[in-house]
Structures are given as C-alpha cells and as structure tokens.
Design a protein around this ligand. Structure first.
Ligand code: KG4
Ligand code: ZN
Length: 339
C-alpha cells in the first residue's frame, strides 16, 4: 500500500489568511480568515493587509492542523503561495512556510496563486468531478481575468486576458460607484436576485480575440449613475436591485461571450471556471446553461474553493510533491508571477 501524503498549504497573497491540510488530495481542513479592515476603504490597503496576515497566520495554521486531526510531525511538505499578489502579504506566508519547513525538516513547495485557482478544479470533495486534459478555464478573480488552455497540471497557455481591469474589479468598482462597501461583488450578486437585468443597458466593450476590457464599462456606469443622481438624489436607493442586476448581467455576458468564442474556435468542450468571481450565481447559472445548450462538460470548484483559500495551494503542493518539484530554501516571494 502506498503511504499517505499530508500537505500543509498556506495562502497570504491578498486579504485572506488561509491554511489547509490535505491527505492524498482530499481536504482535511481549510481555514480562511478574511480581513475586515478593508471594507471602509473601498479596496484592499496593502500595508494593513500585511499587518493582519502577521497577526493571523499562526492561529490560522494552528486551527488548520487541529481540525485536520493530524500532528505537525506527520506533514510531508509545506506548500505556500509565492505570487502573484501584494508583496507585503506574500512575504508573511513565504517567511512562515520557509521557517516551518526548516524546523520540521520537510520539503518546501512554492505555488503560483493562479495555478492554484485553476487546479482547485481537481480538489476531491463530494461530487466534484475533475476535468480531462486539455480543458479551457475561465479564470476570474479580483486581480485576473484570463482564458487559459490547460494541457496538463503543469502546462498552461493563456489564450487571452484583460487589458485593463479584472472581472472582480469591475464588480467591486461598480459596487463602489453605487455606494456598496468593499468587496462589492458578493453584494451585487445578492441584490441582483430581486432586480431586472434588462432595466438599464450598459455598453459592452469591444476587444479583439480572447482579450477582455472592463474599464470602459466602469466609466459608462459611473457617468450614467452621476447623471441620474443629478436628476433624482435617491436614484441609487430606489433602483438598487435593478442596477445590480443590470451591472451583473453585462459583466457576465462579456465573460460568457468570450468563453463561448474560445470553445467554438478551439473545439475544446471540456470547460472549467476558477477564481472568486466564479462564486457569482449568475455566471454559474449561465455556465451550466451553456453546458446543456452547447454540449460542454462544465466544472466549477465548490464555493469555498473559488475565492482565495489554502486548499487550492495544498492541492498544487500535493501534485508537485508527487513529481518531487521542491523549492530551495532561498526561494523569494514574487509580486508578478505568470502561469
Ligand atoms: O479569487 P479571489 O478571492 O481573490 C483574488 O485572487 O483576487 O477573488 C476576489 C474577487 C473580488 O473582486 C470579489 O468581489 C469577487 O471575487 N467575488 C464575487 C463574488 N464573490 C466574490 N463577484 C461577484 N459575485 C460573487 N458572488
Ligand atoms: Zn485569488
């Protein structure tokens, strides 16, 4: 019988401190501590984020180990996010992971955060099915928007990406325009449920190939709201649900149009989603409708594995462990780190 492999994953690239223990690709624990300090600032404040990571990293790792039911000494490796992300935030997880791997004398494994989002589709949990290679992934998060062709666990090609704002930023910046706290994405999703998606029409950007652009849409929404508020100061309050539904409808339509184009032109019908925005109920509904209408095989990670989490980092750690792709103790955090 093969021996069991236990990996600790650590994630600290943005505003979530997270730790997870997985056994042979199955999640034993996944603790996520989301920083609340940023809410009132309308976005993540890097300096505050690093301090909050420093405060929570030890309790979060401690909880993840306790919940997993294993002893620290049973760990086979420590995997951590080395980038891309906020430098100060990444440094906290990187330094912690290095020290722990040294003190336990076990391998250290650096993980690309975006690869983590994509390979979250391989986490074995409940009825989740893993995609077959090659597959396309729509990666939509607060910092990235890409269509990626995944040839194997470690071979990925970016077919297209945003030339300005990410899809998550489009949600969050629109949320800010209509007075929602950060992050606006989940709130827009919530209010949109009771709104009419066709109430207001916003202009969809035109960009070549599989690339995206969201900054024009943001300006379009800003000017529209400013004009309406001039005429009626209560416009946003009176139309909150319709505004959210219309904003969400437009962003989701832009994403789905490009994904459909990529599937059609590559002929690859095995399709996955990844990243925080794939938690959005409208894009999930449209994605599974496309699966039926166009004969796709669709995959989306469970909610807790779509937004930032350490389980996805531990998963990549497990896959890298199996091929002995270990990092040297001199490895550094990287604010920019392409797939
Ligand atoms: O992947 P993620 O947790 O962090 C990054 O790596 O960026 O993604 C965070 C983004 C935020 O912009 C947040 O507003 C968005 O995901 N998000 C959502 C929803 N849940 C999270 N956007 C729309 N609808 C949601 N339900
Ligand atoms: Zn992320």
């Amino acid at each position: 019988m093969e021996k069991d492999i236990y990996i600790l994953g650590i994630e600290s690239s943005c505003d979530d401190t997270s730790a997870s223990v997985i056994k042979n690709g199955k999640i034993l624990s996944n603790i996520v501590s989301t920083q609340k300090v940023h809410e009132e600032y309308g976005g993540v404040v890097p300096e505050l984020a690093s301090r909050a990571h420093q405060q929570s990293i030890i309790p979060v790792v401690d909880q993840a180990i306790k919940k997993s039911g294993i002893e620290l000494s049973q760990l086979n490796a420590v995997a951590f996010t080395s980038g891309p992300g906020l430098m100060g935030s990444l440094l906290v997880g990187t330094s912690f992971a290095k020290s722990l791997s040294m003190s336990l004398n076990i391998p250290l494994i650096e993980v690309n955060h975006m690869q983590g989002h994509i390979l979250a589709n391989f986490i074995q949990d409940g009825d989740m099915t893993s995609p077959n290679f090659p597959f396309l992934t729509l990666v939509i998060s607060g910092g990235h928007t890409q269509i990626v062709k995944v040839n194997s666990h470690f071979n990925m090609e970016i077919l297209g990406e945003t030339i300005d704002d990410a899809a998550g930023e489009a949600f969050d910046k629109s949320g800010k325009i209509i007075g929602l706290p950060y992050p606006g994405g989940p709130l827009i999703d919530k209010y949109a449920k009771e709104g009419n998606p066709k109430a207001f029409k916003f202009t969809k950007p035109r960009v070549d190939g599989y690339n995206f652009s969201f900054s024009g849409l943001k300006t379009n929404i800003l000017y529209f709201v400013q004009k309406q508020v001039k005429e009626n100061p209560d416009f946003v309050k009176e139309n909150l649900h319709d505004l959210c539904a219309s904003i969400q409808f437009t962003i989701v339509e832009v994403l789905m149009d490009k994904l459909k184009k990529a599937v059609k032109e590559t002929g690859i019908t095995e399709v996955a989603m990844a990243g925080g925005v794939s938690a959005n109920s409208e894009i999930r509904a449209r994605f599974f409708k496309a699966e039926k209408d166009w004969n796709w095989t669709a995959h989306v990670p469970k909610f807790e594995f779509t937004t930032d989490n350490a389980a996805m980092i531990a998963m990549v750690g497990y896959l890298k462990y199996k091929v002995e792709d270990f990092s040297d103790i001199s490895v550094t955090a990287k604010a920019r780190f392409s797939l």
